[in-house]
Design a protein around this ligand. Structure first.
Ligand SMILES: [Zn+2]
Length: 310
């Protein structure tokens, strides 16, 4: 099994897809411009980021990587940052930079997942180009635009990368294609609002943060499925609040229905923790949220991030 697959999704635009997209297995991308190449995200560990960079070097042997965008702070998209050449300008939202700076998982990952991820020889590297709203990298033939929704969605510091001349949108974790979305560090209502914002780009190709590349009618179908899931979380949160149930109690009594087959379904517990914290106007207790997700899951959550190439 290879660690990932590089697909040219449009002329000189590539997506790095890591099956099966579950915990810690993200997607990334590469866009060629006349002034240099733009990377979108790194991977969770040394092995996976190195495999991606090698695959990209094969299709771009004479190019110079000049910029890298972090779509948000989560480690599956950022822990490989230190493996990039030092002169690559690293781009991130101001809140993303703050959150990665505060991240504790890179130095000491709690036993929330099994196996506990091994990050390899990487160190924390923060963006040195900070985006407050939007940033454009302009090229003669193809450029990229980096946009922020401007409100919490998947996290409080999300960015998408839009390649207008190729009609490709790298959506980061605003889209989980065929997998359970994660809202713990963002907002249920904001993530729902961001779906319409994503539709507004009118992309012909959407590269989600996790899961397969989406084209044509698949894009609207997946966006609709996200909308239904967010409405389900919202309705479940309201019912839990009315009944005085905790997020774990609420999750354990829920029938996930059409969402039950989405991998990482235990995220319902994390998402209800977010819903309840926002409804009550307080901070999320992240430790409690993960402990509850593990209780719901009857053990640490599964990840295949350590799987090695056979
Ligand atoms: Zn994420």
């Amino acid at each position: 099994m290879s660690l990932g697959e590089l697909h040219e999704v449009a002329h000189e635009v590539w997506a790095w897809i890591q099956p099966d997209g579950t915990w810690w297995l993200n997607n990334a991308g590469l866009v060629a411009t006349s002034t240099g190449d733009v990377l979108i995200d790194t991977c969770a560990n040394e092995e996976r980021t190195s495999a991606m960079l090698e695959a990209m070097a094969e299709v771009r042997p004479n190019s110079r990587l000049r910029w890298a965008v972090n779509t948000h702070a989560h480690g599956d998209h950022t822990f490989g940052n230190s493996l990039l050449p030092h002169d690559v300008a690293l781009i991130g939202h101001e809140n993303m930079r703050r959150d990665l700076e505060r991240d504790i998982l890179l130095d000491n990952c709690p036993p929330f997942w099994t196996p506990t991820p091994d990050w390899g020889n990487v160190t924390k590297r923060l963006p040195n180009l900070v985006v407050h709203g939007r940033l454009d990298i302009v090229g003669d033939d193809s450029g990229v635009e980096v946009h922020s929704p401007g409100y919490p969605a998947h996290t409080t510091g999300d960015l998408v990368t839009w390649v207008p001349r190729r009609s490709v949108l790298f959506a980061g974790d605003l889209i989980f294609a065929g997998l359970t979305p994660l809202l713990l560090m963002g907002s249920v209502s904001g993530a729902r609002r961001a779906l319409e914002w994503i539709e507004g780009f009118g992309a012909e190709v959407v590269v989600p943060g996790h899961g397969p590349i989406l084209t044509g009618d698949e894009i609207a179908a997946h966006i609709d499925a996200h909308r239904r899931y967010y409405d389900f979380v919202d309705a479940s949160g309201r019912a839990a609040s009315k009944a005085g149930a905790t997020p774990l109690e609420a999750a354990e009594s829920l029938d996930l229905g059409e969402f039950a087959h989405w991998p990482d379904s235990e995220r319902i517990v994390l998402n209800l923790h977010r819903w309840c914290a926002d409804a009550e106007g307080r901070e999320v207790d992240y430790g409690k949220a993960f402990d509850d997700a593990i209780a719901y899951n009857d053990g640490p959550m599964h990840t295949s991030v350590m799987e090695r190439q056979q």
